[in-house]
Design a protein around this ligand. Structure first.
Ligand code: SF4
Length: 219
C-alpha cells in the first residue's frame, strides 16, 4: 500500500492525499524545532509538504535527483547501495547550509540509504538532521510484490528506534504510528494491508514464505 504510485486511488482517496495527511500526522506525533523541511525525492515529497503544513516549518527542495542512474535497490552489494545514493541524489548546499533540517522519507528498510543521506547532508553544511518516516518501522517481509528484504536484513528487527537513529547518525528519528497511518488513509484498518509493519498477513502466506525461502518465523 505505502509504495503505490501517487496517482493510485484506494477506495476513492488518492495515495497523494493520504501521504500529505501522513506528513501532517507525523508532525503532530514527532514535532521538532527546525528551520526547513525537505523530502527524499520523489517518494517523500507529499509527506514532507504535509509535515511542513502541520508544523508551520517552511518546505524547501534540498535534494535533487540525478536522472539516468539505476534504482538503488537493484544493486547487489551494500557498498554499491551506499555509492548508489551518492550518485542518485545531490544536496543543494545553498539551501541546506547551517539549517536544522527535517528530512521526510517514506520508509527505512536496511538503513544504508538514510545513513549515506545523513552524512551527505552534514557534509553539505546541515546543522542538524532530523529524520521523519511516513511509514511505521518495517519488520516483516512483503509477499505481495514488494521485494525489499528478509526479516534478518530489516534494520527495525535488529534495533530499537533510538539505536536506528544512532546507526544512521541522525539527531532524531520518528516513524508515524500504525494508527496514524491508518487515520491518514481514512480507510477501515481491516481493509488495509499493514503486514510488513505488524506481521498480520491478510492471507495465509505459509506457502509463499516457503517458496521464497524466507526466514519468517511462522507460528
Ligand atoms: S506487506 Fe502489505 S503494506 Fe507492506 S508493502 Fe506489502 S502489500 Fe504493502
Amino acid at each position: 500500500m505505502y509504495l503505490a504510485r501517487p496517482d493510485t486511488v484506494i477506495s476513492g482517496r488518492s495515495i497523494n492525499a493520504s501521504r500529505l495527511e501522513m506528513g501532517r500526522i507525523l508532525a503532530r506525533e514527532f514535532p521538532v524545532d527546525a528551520d526547513l523541511v525537505i523530502a527524499t525525492p520523489d517518494s517523500g515529497t507529499p509527506a514532507a509538504i504535509g509535515y511542513a503544513q502541520g508544523s508551520g516549518i517552511p518546505y524547501g527542495q534540498g535534494l535533487v535527483k540525478n536522472a539516468y542512474v539505476g534504482r538503488t535497490f537493484i544493486q547487489p552489494t551494500q557498498l554499491a547501495r551506499q555509492r548508489g545514493i551518492r550518485l542518485k541524489l545531490n544536496p543543494l548546499p545553498e539551501v541546506i547550509k547551517d539549517k536544522r533540517l527535517v528530512v521526510v522519507d517514506d520508509s527505512i528498510v536496511r538503513g544504508n540509504t538514510q545513513r549515506a543521506l545523513v552524512k551527505m547532508l552534514r557534509d553539505a553544511g546541515a546543522k542538524e538532521v532530523h529524520i521523519r518516516i511516513s511509514s511505521p518501522p518495517v519488520k516483516w517481509p512483503c509477499f505481495f510484490g514488494i521485494d525489499f528484504a528478509t526479516r534478518s536484513e530489516l534494520i527495525a528487527n535488529q534495533k530499537t528506534v533510538d539505536e536506528i537513529c544512532e546507526s544512521i547518525g541522525a539527531d532524531s528519528l520518528g516513524y508515524i504510528s500504525i494508527d496514524g497511518m491508518v487515520e491518514a488513509t481514512r480507510q477501515n484498518s481491516h481493509e488495509l494491508c499493514a503486514a510488513c509493519f505488524d506481521g498480520k498477513y491478510p492471507v495465509d502466506i505459509r506457502m509463499a514464505a516457503r517458496h521464497a525461502g524466507s526466514d519468517l518465523e511462522l507460528n
